[in-house]
Write a protein that binds this ligand. Structure first.
Ligand code: C5P
Length: 398
């Protein structure tokens, strides 16, 4: 069974008799590890109740664009950002027409317009409606815009006719959804990623550290594995579990991260320094717990830690080396300086003062900068951002 671990799937249900299968689909998606939120159109609610979908998904069902209560809990733009995939199943002929026209008159069509995540439709309708040139034109338009199409299948229909137009079975839709996340753009490549904070010991019970959650590095590791790479994730202490098919190497201090990175980066194709490495560490680490003295002040002498990403950039053969620049001012200037000083191939720059993104957040907005281009990726989930970054980096690697 193909996996959807930690994928956030927004399931759109439109009005059609196949909507009864959407209840089963929620279960199949969750069995594969996905989190599911359901959005229903008005006509979908004629076929199946929101209560059923709420119970199965474990989340409130969203039905209205202009519902102030729902907007206060999770607004439509937040919902669009939350999704790693919008899957519309069943997608009626009417919904497909609205999507192809780019309409935003109800919640589901608005979400499809607003999201940066992939959108997939599973058409389900009478065979005559499916084969009608109007529907076929709409489908061609959707395909040309990158909407993924799952099915339809051939066979007997609820209306008593036989032909193309049956929705794919829930198991097939769950498998096809998992397939969408496997790109192959890094297949055969070895990727090493650092993530999380480091801890610099002061004495046996105290340390210096920072607020890095590790989420961005872990999301990049998951995206690289999904793209077919062999991934080593060198992580400082975090609350996260390693993504599937990723080799996790746990470290604590910057020096340990440096040693592990230089060992694993030898001969790798891509190195991503996403860790928030402590720039300095205490010069001496006391063997015993330091005691409070009579003085009101205490002085710690710090010495510089080695720069991991800069050292990896000096290896031969040199991997494609990507660093992060988390800045609170003069973002591009500092990021460009880092690119040159550390001799990196590219830098991911983010403004840590912007609201709702960065260190501990699930969202981020960044600029990918290399010597010939600058690409702005506006706010989206870290999972989606990681997939987009990996796709862009894969295109740039030799
Ligand atoms: O110099 P600064 O810490 O701002 O640079 C950030 C980038 O450098 C990040 O990619 C971070 O992972 C990396 N870095 C490193 N080793 C250090 C300090 C930063 O790899 N000692």
């Amino acid at each position: 069974m193909s996996s959807l671990t930690n994928k956030q799937i927004l399931l759109g249900i439109t009005g059609g008799i196949a909507a009864y299968k959407s209840a089963e689909l929620v279960r199949r998606l969750k069995e594969r590890g996905a989190q599911v939120r359901v959005v229903m159109t008005q006509s979908a609610q004629e076929f199946i109740t929101p209560l059923t979908l709420q119970a199965l998904s474990g989340n409130p069902v969203h039905t209205d664009l202009l519902d102030t209560q729902a907007e206060a809990a999770m607004g439509h733009i937040e919902l669009a950002r939350w999704a790693d995939l919008i899957l519309v199943a069943p997608a009626s002929a009417n919904f497909i027409a609205r999507l192809s026209e780019g309409r935003g008159e109800d919640l589901l069509s608005t979400l499809c317009l607003a999201t940066t995540a992939p959108v997939a439709v599973a058409p389900a309708m009478n065979q005559g409606m499916w084969q009608n040139p109007a529907t076929q034109d709409n489908m061609s338009r959707l395909l040309s815009r990158g909407v993924r199409v799952m099915g339809p299948a051939q066979g007997s229909q609820a209306c008593g006719e036989t032909g193309p137009g049956r929705m794919l079975e829930p198991d097939q839709l769950a498998d096809a959804s998992a397939e969408l996340f496997t790109t192959g753009s890094l297949s055969g490549k070895r990727v090493v990623i650092t993530a999380g904070p480091t801890r610099e010991a002061i004495d046996p019970v105290r340390y210096l550290s920072n607020h890095s959650s590790g989420k961005m590095g872990y999301a990049l590791a998951a995206a690289a594995a999904e793209a077919g790479a062999e991934v080593v994730l060198i992580s400082g202490p975090t609350q996260l579990t390693a993504p599937e098919r990723v080799n996790l190497v746990n470290v604590v201090s910057a020096q340990e991260m440096y040693d592990a990175s230089l060992t694993h980066a030898q001969g790798c194709d891509l190195f991503i320094g996403a860790a928030a490495v402590a720039d300095y560490r205490p010069e001496t680490v006391s063997n015993q717990k330091l005691k409070k003295g009579a003085d009101d002040q205490m002085t710690l002498t710090l010495i510089k830690n080695p720069d991991i990403v800069a050292a990896v950039a000096q290896l031969t053969p040199k991997p494609y080396t990507l660093g992060f620049a988390a800045e609170s001012e003069n973002l591009l200037e500092h990021a460009r300086a880092k690119l040159e000083r550390k001799q990196l191939e590219a830098v991911v720059a983010n403004d840590i003062t912007a609201e709702g993104i960065g260190f501990n957040s699930d969202n981020n907005a960044v600029i990918l900068l290399d010597r010939t281009s600058r690409i702005e990726l506006d706010q989206r989930s870290k999972a989606q951002l990681a997939r987009d970054l990996i796709a862009l980096i894969a295109q740039r690697m030799p």
